[in-house]
Design a protein around this ligand. Structure first.
Ligand SMILES: [Cu+2]
Length: 128
């Protein structure tokens, strides 16, 4: 009787653990994009970043301030204003963090830095 109860309890425990493992969604990742390359070139590093919905991108002020992030092109239904930050960052190490929502439309998101758009400081984030 006690043996049977033990078996029954371990089956229940196993079922609970299996459920708990499968119920946890894939953890969201956090990526870093440098604003201004280490070698003093006006660009975002990396210029192309692949992420998944739910992921966060930390834009870190690195070289040749000031910089900001303006998303100007994305898939239909994307809220580019929510992703952008018009605020200029000046000090190395300052960050602006943006999270692409779970329901963010998949596709290519293009952005640029306002002061340096003409200098070619443009980049893309691909949500896939
Ligand atoms: Cu800039």
């Amino acid at each position: 009787m006690i043996k049977k109860l033990g078996l029954f309890l371990s089956i229940i425990l196993f079922a609970c653990i299996t459920f708990a493992i499968t119920a946890i969604p894939a953890a969201a990742a956090t990526y870093t994009v440098k604003m201004g390359a280490d070698n003093g070139v006006l660009k975002f590093v990396p210029e192309t970043l692949h992420i998944k919905p739910g992921d966060t991108v930390n834009f870190v002020m690195n070289k040749l301030a000031p910089h900001n992030i303006i998303f100007n092109k994305g898939p239909d239904g994307a809220n580019l204003d929510d992703l952008s930050s018009t605020k200029l960052l000046f000090s190395p190490g300052q960050t602006y963090s943006t999270t692409f929502p779970q329901d963010t439309p998949l596709g290519v998101y293009q952005y640029y830095c306002q002061p340096h758009r003409g200098a070619g400081m443009l980049a893309s984030i691909i949500v896939e």
